[in-house]
Design a protein around this ligand. Structure first.
Ligand SMILES: NC(=O)c1ccc[n+]([C@@H]2O[C@H](COP(=O)([O-])OP(=O)(O)OC[C@H]3O[C@@H](n4cnc5c(N)ncnc54)[C@H](OP(=O)(O)O)[C@@H]3O)[C@@H](O)[C@H]2O)c1
Length: 288
C-alpha cells in the first residue's frame, strides 16, 4: 500500500475509507460495518468520519468496524465549526471519543471554517493534543488564503492535513491549493519537516455520474480494471495525497482496494486531461 508521511515521520495509507451517508439507516448497519472491516483487511486502514455524518451515527458504525482491531486503524473525525470553540471543542471531542469507543482520535479536523476565531480553535486543538485526546489535528475545506492565515497563527503550522474536494471533475485545487501544499511540505526554512497531507474527498465523484464517463471506461478496460479504480489511481498519482472513497458495497470496497495496483501511463493521463481539463487560472475551492 502506498503511504503518505505525516509531520513526525509516521506513515498512513494513501488510500482510506470514507463514511458519509453511513449510519443513517439502521437496516444497513451490519453491511456498512462489514464493508469497512473488509476495507481494513484489504489495507485501507485509514477511516474518515465526522460528528456531522448521521449526527454521530457514522462514528458508531466506525466503532463497530474497528472493534477488536483499534491499533490497526488510523481514525479521522471532524468537528462542526459551531463546536470549535474553547468551551465546546473539548466536549465535542469527548462525545466523538465515546461514540467511536476509543481513547484517542488519530486526526481531528475542523470540518469547515465557521465564526470561531481560528486562533481559538488551534489553541484548543493543541490542548487536546497535550492532554492525549487527539494525536494530530487539521482542517477541511480550507483554500489557499485560509491556509496562509492559519500558518500566521501560533502553532498553526502544526496542522497535519487539509481535506478538500478533489476528483477528475473537480480539479480546482490544481490551480492553487495543491502547489501550495507541495511548497509547504518541501521544508521551507520556517517549517522544516512540515508535512501537510492533502486528503481528497469524493474521489470517485460522490455517485454523480463520473464513473459513467466513456473515456474513463475505455481506460479502465485497457487496464482490465473499473472506472472507480482509474479515478482513484488518478487522484493517487500525486504524492502526499490521501484518497478516501466511501463504499458500503463489498464489491466496491474490493474494487477500490486494488486501485493502488494500477499504473496510469502518460497516454492515459493525456486522455484524461483532454476529457477533464485542468484549470487554466486560479479557481476558488468548491465544497460539496
Ligand atoms: N470534509 C468534507 O467536507 C467532506 C465532504 C464530502 C465527503 N467527505 C469524506 O469523503 C468521503 C468520500 O466522499 P463521498 O462519500 O462524498 O464520495 P465518493 O467516495 O466519491 O463516492 C461515494 C459513492 O460512490 C460509490 N462507489 C464507491 N466505490 C465505488 C466503486 N468502486 N464503483 C462504483 N461506485 C463506487 C458509493 O457507493 P456504495 O456506498 O453503494 O458502495 C457511493 O455512492 C466521504 O464519505 C467522507 O468521509 C468529506
Amino acid at each position: 500500500m502506498k503511504t503518505v508521511q505525516l509531520s513526525d515521520g509516521e506513515r498512513v495509507p494513501a488510500l482510506g475509507q470514507g463514511t458519509w451517508r453511513m449510519g443513517e439507516n439502521k437496516n444497513s448497519h451490519a453491511d456498512e460495518v462489514a464493508a469497512l472491516r473488509l476495507g481494513i483487511d484489504l489495507g485501507m486502514t485509514l477511516i474518515d468520519t465526522a460528528e456531522m455524518y448521521g449526527e454521530g451515527s457514522a462514528e458508531k458504525v466506525v466503532a463497530d468496524a474497528i472493534d477488536g482491531q483499534r491499533d490497526r486503524v488510523f481514525v479521522v473525525t471532524k468537528v462542526y465549526p459551531h463546536n470549535a470553540s474553547r468551551t465546546k471543542l473539548p466536549k465535542a471531542c469527548e462525545r466523538s471519543l465515546k461514540r467511536l469507543r476509543i481513547e484517542v482520535i488519530d486526526l481531528y479536523l475542523l470540518h469547515w471554517r465557521g465564526d470561531v476565531p481560528l486562533a481559538e480553535t488551534v489553541e484548543t486543538f493543541e490542548q487536546l493534543r497535550s492532554s492525549g485526546k487527539i494525536r494530530y489535528w487539521g482542517v477541511s475545506n480550507f483554500d489557499v488564503e485560509d491556509m496562509k492565515e492559519l500558518f500566521t497563527i501560533e502553532n498553526g503550522t502544526a496542522c497535519a492535513a487539509n481535506q478538500v474536494l478533489y476528483n477528475l471533475q473537480h480539479r480546482e485545487i490544481e490551480s492553487g491549493l495543491l502547489p501550495f501544499h507541495e511548497q509547504s511540505t518541501n521544508a521551507s526554512p520556517a517549517r522544516t519537516n512540515h508535512q501537510l497531507a492533502l486528503m481528497a474527498y469524493s474521489p470517485v465523484g460522490h455517485g454523480r455520474g463520473l464513473l459513467e464517463n466513456a473515456t474513463l471506461k475505455k481506460i479502465a478496460k485497457r487496464h482490465d480494471g473499473t472506472p472507480a479504480q482509474i479515478a482513484l489511481a488518478w487522484v493517487l498519482r500525486q504524492p502526499g495525497v490521501i484518497a478516501i472513497p466511501k463504499a458500503s458495497n463489498e464489491t466496491h470496497v474490493r474494487d477500490n482496494a486494488q486501485a493502488t495496483e494500477i499504473e496510469l501511463t502518460k497516454k492515459d493521463l493525456a486522455k484524461m486531461d483532454r476529457e477533464f481539463p485542468p484549470p487554466k487560472s486560479k479557481q476558488p475551492l468548491p465544497v460539496l
